[in-house]
Design a protein around this ligand. Structure first.
Ligand SMILES: [Fe+2]
Length: 405
């Protein structure tokens, strides 16, 4: 009788323990879509769990008006990577690049394994034609992300929920702590599950924690960046997932890692832009050429990148790092030119709460500057027009301009 009682009690506790622990530890976290170099026919998805999932899978189907899409699901095995966090916790990151998709098509997907799945989410592949689209650009979130960036991300999503993707200008988190990455994903909620993310890496994305627990600078991208994202690898060999390009519906987006070897990368950029069939070119990197703070003046990006922007008439350069806002006139060879001439517009923006004082070194070149403001940009591309709008977190149109071609 006693034996039987304890056996039943053991089974009851085991079932309950299993029921309580399994979802928490195996449930997919930090799910993010990333654009690939073939955005009309493929997409990357990355996620993690606290305990190891032995057979991580992405299920995907064309979306249907009811749940019968489940009858046509394709399963893709994801790759797996074990990672030890700064709290000495082993976690597991999974990623898959889903290929052979149809352009301009709504897909439904979920991630997980045989027994535990995320919710079904939807995304739309890029069009294979130069159809008009919009994207969101955000400068550095970096600090107190959960506390202060949540409202920026959510305001941007409410304003432009139909944006095709979000582009970040670097310094996603201030230090490479797992909790801060957790804040980044918490603040975005479901947004990155339905709107692909691309990003350039800032100086804070190049930090690591040494054996003594101290934060150190590195020329190499943080392993947290590489585990959390699956970004393109079509740039220079040393800059996989940090320097790359994507041709998106008539725009060549070039993302450059300006933390190291800028001169070397400028040769890659020169070659890349010498063969560019797109009508528009937008370049993003972290360190501004025309700094809007007084302390900074980045000669590397100006000396090595700007001549190439001039040579190929890059339309728009989106940067961060300065924790202020500035938008330049059209610039060619370091001088302002008329709106109807060839030239490049340079933007510095910030989404997070950290604020530096404005400088005045390049005031002659700027149309608009600002400090102590959290912003997001909604940028629409419509064949012969780029329509740029910068909004404050509390909903005011802060700056806008159009480029026509
Ligand atoms: Fe920075």
């Amino acid at each position: 009788m006693t034996k039987k009682f304890f056996l039943i009690l053991f089974c009851f506790l085991s079932v309950n323990l299993f029921a309580q622990q399994k979802p928490d530890n195996l449930f997919p976290q930090r799910i993010v879509l990333n654009l690939t170099p073939e955005p009309a026919t493929s997409i990357a998805v990355t996620w993690r769990s606290l305990s190891e999932v032995y057979n991580p899978i992405v299920q995907i189907a064309e979306s249907t008006q009811w749940i019968n899409f489940k009858q046509k699901v394709t399963e893709i095995n994801a790759s797996k990577e074990s990672f030890i966090t700064d709290k000495s916790q082993e976690v597991f990151h999974y990623s898959a690049v889903i290929k052979n998709l149809l352009p301009n098509t709504v897909y439904v997907y979920r991630v997980g394994s045989d027994s535990i799945w995320s919710e079904w989410n939807q995304f739309t592949t890029a069009d294979s034609k130069n159809t008009p689209f919009k994207f969101v650009y955000l400068g550095d979130p970096q600090n107190d992300i959960m506390e202060y960036c949540s409202r920026v991300f959510r305001a941007a999503f409410k304003n432009a929920g139909d944006a095709d993707f979000w582009l970040f200008g670097g310094d996603l988190v201030s230090e490479p702590y797992d909790d801060l990455w957790g804040e980044f994903f918490y603040s975005a909620g479901f947004i990155f599950r339905v709107t692909p993310l691309i990003a350039t890496s800032g100086n804070h994305d190049h930090l690591f924690i040494d054996a003594d627990g101290k934060i150190k600078k590195s020329k190499v991208i943080s392993d947290r960046w590489l585990t959390h994202f699956t970004l393109p690898e079509n740039g220079p060999e040393d800059f996989k997932e940090t320097t790359y390009y994507i041709d998106y519906q008539g725009v060549r987006f070039v993302i450059i890692n300006t933390n190291d070897k800028v001169e070397e990368q400028s040769k890659w950029l020169d070659n890349l832009l010498s063969n560019n069939p797109n009508k528009w070119t937008i370049v993003t990197f972290h360190h501004p050429i025309y700094s809007s703070t007084s302390e900074r003046d980045d000669k590397r990006t100006r000396n090595f990148l700007q001549p190439i922007f001039d040579k190929y008439s890059v339309d728009l350069v989106l940067t961060g790092h300065d924790h202020t806002y500035s938008r330049s006139k059209k610039i060619l060879n370091g001088n302002a030119v008329a709106d109807n001439e060839k030239g490049t517009v340079y933007v510095v923006s910030v989404s997070g709460p950290k604020a530096y004082p404005l400088g005045n070194r390049y005031n002659d070149l700027f149309v608009k500057t600002g400090e102590k403001v959290q912003l997001y940009q909604v940028i629409e591309v419509n064949d012969n027009k780029i329509n740029y709008k910068s909004y404050t977190v509390n909903g005011q149109l802060y700056d806008s301009f159009e480029l026509t071609k």
